[in-house]
Write a new protein. Structure first.
Length: 277
């Protein structure tokens, strides 16, 4: 189930780019419609799975904060996909596993080992190669990479928050109930032009919210209950692989040798971190 979820996350662009081509669609609208769809689909599951025991106030506060993290993660990541190739956007986004390991001592009291520090150096080296500064990289590529790296920071924060929240909430509760604050966070970024987005374009975003959004999210959290975390993290690396393949095959994006090498180093860094857990 986790493999299917990760592969599904790699197909976001198949919905977003055709929607953007119809006009009136930008990253904030994409995030808002996808999150609203996820909330509608997962709320009944969260109610059915709810933990009966009372939860402390700080747990509810952290759940709200996770919504902010997830909203900023999605906004920056979807903007990255608009500004750069899918390879640059997704591979910089996958700095997140390294960042999670670096933040784990503070957030959840886990130890940072030598492999994690080595992985950080490997990831930064891969990122430098991916951007090819010696080729006078285009401003769009650099902007896209910075947005992707920024999304990785908030993705890592969201994952660390979810790990702490697992002590108080069922997985479906975490998935559903962080969405209201996520939607409120996205709201100020919506533009007036979003109101005139063609219904067909909005329909594509709803389908994205149903597939890579809600369905993949449910598959992931259900699979996580039966899969060791280390194996689950390895399976998640299917997302950037699928996303890059989609970019090359569906959108004729060129994949230069440096991009292949840099991306491989970023994925190797993530795998190194996962192997230490």
């Amino acid at each position: 189930m986790i493999a299917l979820a990760a592969a599904s996350w790699g197909t976001w662009s198949l919905f977003f780019r055709p929607a953007e081509a119809r006009g009136g669609v930008d990253a904030p609208l994409e995030v808002f419609v996808v999150f609203a769809t996820i909330l509608v689909v997962t709320a009944p599951l969260a109610i059915a799975d709810r933990v009966r025991a009372p939860r402390p106030r700080h747990a509810w506060a952290l759940l709200g904060l996770q919504g902010v993290f997830d909203a900023l993660n999605a906004l920056l990541f979807f903007w990255a996909m608009q500004k750069a190739t899918l390879a640059v956007a997704v591979l910089t986004h996958y700095l997140a596993p390294v960042l999670v390991s670096l933040g784990a001592p503070l957030a959840v009291g886990e130890r940072v080992g030598r492999r994690t520090w080595a992985a950080l150096g490997l990831a930064l080296g891969g990122l430098a190669i991916l951007l090819e500064p010696w080729r006078n990289a285009e401003e769009r590529a650099v902007t896209g990479a910075l947005l992707g790296a920024g999304s990785a920071v908030f993705f890592a924060c969201s994952l660390l928050a979810a790990k702490r929240l697992g002590r108080h909430f069922a997985p479906t509760e975490i998935l559903a109930w962080h969405m209201p604050t996520a939607l409120l966070t996205v709201l100020p970024f919506l533009s007036l032009s979003s109101l005139s987005a063609p219904p067909a374009a909005v329909g594509l975003l709803v389908v994205a919210g149903l597939g890579p959004g809600a369905l993949a999210g449910v598959l992931f959290i259900r699979g996580l209950a039966h899969t060791p975390a280390s194996r689950a993290s390895v399976l998640m690396l299917l997302e950037p692989v699928v996303a890059v393949l989609v970019g090359v095959t569906a959108f004729d994006e060129r994949l230069r040798p440096a991009a292949v090498l840099g991306g491989a180093l970023v994925l190797a860094a993530a795998a190194l971190v996962i192997a230490e857990r």
